[in-house]
Structures are given as structure tokens and as C-alpha cells.
Design a protein around this ligand. Structure first.
Ligand SMILES: Nc1nc2c(ncn2[C@@H]2O[C@H](COP(=O)(O)OP(=O)(O)O)[C@@H](O)[C@H]2O)c(=O)[nH]1
Ligand SMILES: [Mg+2]
Length: 374
């Protein structure tokens, strides 16, 4: 999911990343390179044969051409790199420059478009710009250090925007009595699947769980959770369709207390955050089940929609954390930055597929790494 942004970043900060790129790209591109080399050799031989008579000269020139072509392969998107920095560099003639608003605006217009194209919310983009201005305005930068200064500023901004989640396992273990987690979000966002994934992860850490089928509204939702409970060998508390979800949550908690089960995972019906009666129902489940953690589940692919949902759910019931699902089919990483920043709540996990194990604990470092900014 980080590919698009990463590609862009690495094309901007080409000098800094050149070493890495050379090694990582070499393996995959060997075949392509060989083909290109042989093509160039053939063409060159043909041309040079007409032009030059000395065989030695031909070889020398072919060698140079191959080297040039290899370099071209290794520096990713050379046109883009030029487009981004040439504007700025062109204006700076001396080796040291004092960064002014015009320079920064020039740099930022490209950054801004890229971030917006990749689902980064406007308020996050503004925050990154504010940081860049703080870091750059009025300072003297050596021409060859401009890239590094921007790189560091961007990295710092991203670290500031993201929130490191607390250690969930530690918090669960610290709690005396059952630790209750409730999941909410709109229909199809991946609540039930994420519950199963988390239950699987907890089970692997030796932590027992009970599932609460408090989605008593959507057809087949109870059976769906039951299937996961079966697969994972976990107890499930269910009532009939149409019954009060708060009662299911309450029973599951009682069951956990009676059977010394450590974690209660409460599934809820998907609800549009705009429907007041459904929000009221959710408030009731929260009041009755007194969760330790209220998790908003959103789809990373929906970008700004997920951000708006997170914001509104947070205002309505106060969320403690986020799970972003379908990161495996999201080509833009911006939702990660946006939901964290607008809610000021940490992302705990990323859903990265349909298997139980496709569930990646979130860390700030891994995001930087995935963006090539580490
Ligand atoms: N590719 C992918 N699909 C997912 C992920 N999480 C959930 N899904 C799929 O999204 C659909 C809806 O998920 P579900 O858990 O039923 O959503 P709910 O309505 O919020 O409970 C199902 O087909 C899931 O298999 C994920 O991380 N990646
Ligand atoms: Mg569901």
C-alpha cells in the first residue's frame, strides 16, 4: 500500500536513496538490463561501424554507453526527479541559499499534489507544510544539502502526524478481570473479520477470548461470527436476530468473568455514523459493556470517507483506537496519516488480507520504513 508514495519519495530523494536502490533494483532488473545492454550494443555497433574505423574506439564508446544506460536504469524516474528539483535549483545560483517563501512554495506545490493524490487529508497536508516552513524558512542551506533538509523535515512531519499505539497485550495482561474490546464502523468495513484476526493473534499469545455476536441486525452476521469461533475453537455468546445487542455484550462479559476468560470481543452491526438512532443504540452497548477499548474499523481504500467516519464516530462515542482494513488492496498510504491525525488516536492494526494472519501490528517505524523515509 505504500508503493505509490514510496516511489515518489525515492525519486525526490534520489541521492540519499541511491545506494539502497542500486542493490534492491539490481536483482529484479538484471534480465531487463541484460536485454537493454545487448540492444544498445547492437545498435551502437551498427552506428559506430559507419562512423568510425578504429575498432578500439568502437569498444570504448560501447562501454561508455552501457555504463550510461545502467545508470539510467538505476536512477528511478529521472524525469520526475528533474521536474521536482530543477525548478528550485535553477533559481539558486550560489552554493548557499537562504530559503524564502517562494522557494518553499515551489518545493511544496509538488509535495502537496503528491500527498493529496495519495489520500492524505488537507489538514494533514497543511500540517506538513507548516512544519516545512518552520524548518526551512530563513535558514541558510548549502545547495547540496537541500534534499537532505527537506527529507528530514518530511520525515519529522510524518512522525509527528502518526501516533504510536500502546502495547495492547501488555494492557490486557495488566487488567484485573476481563478486558473488553468493542468494534464499530460502517457495514462491510471489516469488523467481524478483524475480530477473528485479533482473536487468533491473542490466542497465539496465550490469551483466551470470548466472542459476542452483538450484531443482531444484519442477516447471517451471527453465523459469520460463529464460523470464526468454530475455526478458532473459541466460545461465542449469541442471542436471536432482532434482540438487544447490549444484552448480548452484557452476557458475554458475565460469561468471561465466570470462566476466567481474559478478553471479550464485541461485534456490532454496521451503522452509518449519520443515523442518530443507531448511534444511541451504540451508546447503550457502551454504557452496559463498559469497554476498555473502543475500536473504529475503517477501510483504508475509502480514503477521505474513512477519515470522515472516524471523525464522526469519535465525536459521537469517543474512540480509543483504529483498525484500518484492506490495506492490501489500497495503493495509497494516505488514509493512515489522515485518520491518525484528525482523530488523534492510534492505529493498532492494519488488515492486510483475508487470512487470519493477515493482520499487521502498526508501528510508526514500519510506516517510515515502508515509505523509504527511515
Ligand atoms: N482484502 C481484504 N479484505 C478484507 C479485509 N478485512 C475484511 N475483508 C473483507 O471485507 C468483507 C467485509 O468484512 P466483514 O468483516 O464482514 O465486515 P463487517 O460488515 O464490518 O463485519 C469480507 O469479504 C472480508 O473478507 C482485509 O484486510 N483485506
Ligand atoms: Mg460484521
Amino acid at each position: 500500500m505504500f508503493d505509490a508514495l514510496k516511489k515518489k519519495f525515492s525519486s525526490w530523494f534520489s541521492d540519499k536513496k541511491e545506494e539502497k536502490k542500486k542493490t534492491s533494483k539490481k536483482a529484479g532488473k538484471n534480465e531487463k538490463k541484460e536485454k537493454k545492454e545487448s540492444k544498445i550494443v547492437k545498435e551502437k555497433v551498427k552506428k559506430e561501424k559507419i562512423k568510425k574505423t578504429s575498432e578500439e574506439k568502437i569498444e570504448e564508446s560501447i562501454g561508455e554507453e552501457i555504463e550510461e544506460s545502467v545508470k539510467e536504469e538505476e536512477s528511478e524516474e529521472p524525469e520526475e526527479k528533474k521536474g521536482f528539483f530543477s525548478k528550485l535549483m535553477g533559481k539558486i545560483s550560489s552554493s548557499t541559499a537562504t530559503m524564502n517563501q517562494e522557494n518553499i512554495d515551489g518545493i511544496f506545490s509538488e509535495i502537496e499534489i503528491t500527498l493529496l493524490e495519495n489520500n492524505v487529508a488537507l489538514e494533514v497536508v497543511d500540517k506538513i507544510k507548516e512544519n516545512l516552513i518552520k524548518d526551512l524558512l530563513g535558514i541558510e542551506v548549502k545547495k547540496d544539502k537541500i534534499e537532505k533538509t527537506i527529507f528530514d523535515s518530511l520525515k519529522k512531519s510524518i512522525l509527528e502526524v502518526l501516533i504510536e499505539p500502546p502495547n495492547l497485550i501488555e494492557n490486557i495482561n495488566k487488567k484485573i478481570g476481563p478486558y473488553t474490546i468493542i468494534f464499530f464502523g460502517i457495514n462491510g468495513s471489516g469488523k467481524t473479520t478483524s475480530i477473528a484476526k485479533l482473536a487468533n493473534l491473542l490466542k497465539k499469545s496465550g490469551i483466551s477470548c470470548v466472542l459476542a455476536a452483538a450484531d443482531t441486525f444484519r442477516a447471517a452476521s451471527i453465523e459469520q461470527l460463529e464460523k470464526h469461533a468454530d475455526n478458532l475453537g473459541l466460545p461465542i455468546i449469541k442471542h436471536t436476530y432482532g434482540s438487544d445487542p447490549a444484552a448480548v455484550a452484557f452476557d458475554a462479559k458475565k460469561y468471561a468473568e465466570a470462566h476466567k476468560i481474559k478478553v471479550v470481543l464485541i461485534d456490532t452491526a454496521g451503522r452509518m455514523y449519520t443515523k442518530q438512532n443507531l448511534i444511541k443504540e451504540m451508546e447503550k452497548i457502551i454504557r452496559i459493556s463498559k469497554p476498555d477499548l473502543k475500536i473504529f474499523v475503517g477501510e483504508s481504500i475509502t480514503g477521505n470517507d474513512a477519515v470522515e467516519q472516524a471523525k464522526t464516530f469519535n465525536e459521537a462515542v469517543g474512540i480509543d483506537g483504529i483498525i484500518l482494513t484492506k490495506a492490501d488492496v489500497d495503493e495509497k498510504a494516505g488514509t493512515i496519516l489522515s485518520v491518525s491525525y484528525v482523530t488523534q488516536k492510534p492505529i493498532y492494526f492494519l488488515g492486510t488480507g483475508q487470512e487470519y494472519s493477515d493482520f499487521t501490528p502498526f508501528t510508526k517505524d514500519s510506516v517510515l520504513k515502508n515509505l523509504g523515509l527511515d
